[in-house]
Design a protein around this ligand. Structure first.
Ligand SMILES: C[S@@+](CC[C@H](N)C(=O)[O-])C[C@H]1O[C@@H](n2cnc3c(N)ncnc32)[C@H](O)[C@@H]1O
Length: 246
């Protein structure tokens, strides 16, 4: 099933015929035997079945803030953040099966009780499975940059999808994006700044918060002089005006 990214109407608010964002390529990717075994044995334990809507208390067996991570890749960052913040529950959404296997292994080896994995298109997950205003945060780290102009429509962080994300964040919660792709960073900054439900926590780009570890890939990019930009926007909490969650 392919669901469209809602909210891509024109400036007058009329809804143009909606086209799905297809932000990923289903690479076959080679599964290592260990990743395959992890999918077979651990997905039933740490995987979440696509369902409408997701019941976080049932999934994690407790009531705690939930952070959604979209496109966790091989899951190094997910596991590191979750290990450092055991009081927060993390839901990782990824399409790439070897990456799903890799994160499942990390969860099992590190005994991470606060991480669950959903192998599904995040655009659909957000549109159909996440109840509005239920997320403490959303992480989107190094989304595919789709550098060719004719592919920009495949970029994940477009206005319609960003609005859907903002609706799922609870008041006081945040959306944190990191990218090393300069023109995408500028586009994301403009898109997030134009989203009425969100406000920037910085003047433009934010310093990398301590909770986001440097990945190997990022450290290499930095050595080559690629700048990584963090964008952290918050959904204001009208009951706590003036107070910040950072
Ligand atoms: C460039 S990689 C970055 C991976 C990781 N966040 C990191 O920092 O290393 C982007 C990832 O997003 C995933 N992705 C892209 N669109 C997606 C979607 N709609 N739903 C789920 N995952 C998606 C891709 O499969 C890919 O693994």
């Amino acid at each position: 099933m392919q669901v469209t990214a809602p909210g891509n109407g024109d400036a007058q608010g009329t809804r143009a015929p909606q086209r799905p964002i297809r932000s990923f390529v289903l690479r076959q990717g080679r599964m290592s035997p260990a990743q395959q075994r992890a999918c077979d044995e651990l997905l039933p334990r740490y995987g979440v079945d696509p369902a409408t809507p997701l019941d976080f208390e049932r999934i994690y067996g407790r009531r705690a803030p939930v952070v959604l991570e979209i496109g966790f890749g091989m899951g190094e960052t997910t596991a590191a953040i979750a290990a450092a913040q055991p009081d927060i529950d993390f839901l990782g959404v990824e399409m790439h099966l070897p990456g799903v296997g890799a994160l499942l292994r990390r969860i099992d080896e590190q005994g991470l009780a606060n991480v669950r994995v959903l192998r599904h298109d995040a655009v659909e997950v957000v549109a159909t499975m996440i109840v509005p205003a239920t997320l403490a945060g959303i992480h989107v780290f190094f989304p595919d940059p789709w550098p060719k102009k004719r592919h920009h429509k495949r970029r994940l962080l477009q206005p319609g999808f960003v609005h859907e994300l903002a609706l799922r964040v609870a008041p006081g919660g945040y959306l944190h994006v990191a990218t090393d792709w300069e023109d995408y960073a500028q586009e994301i900054l403009a898109t997030l700044s134009a989203e009425p439900l969100l406000e920037n926590t910085a003047l433009d780009y934010a310093p990398r918060p301590a909770y986001r570890p440097l990945t190997k890939f990022e450290a290499r990019g930095l050595r080559l002089g690629h700048r990584v930009r963090d964008l952290i926007f918050r959904r204001p909490n009208p009951e706590k005006q003036g107070r910040t969650t950072f």
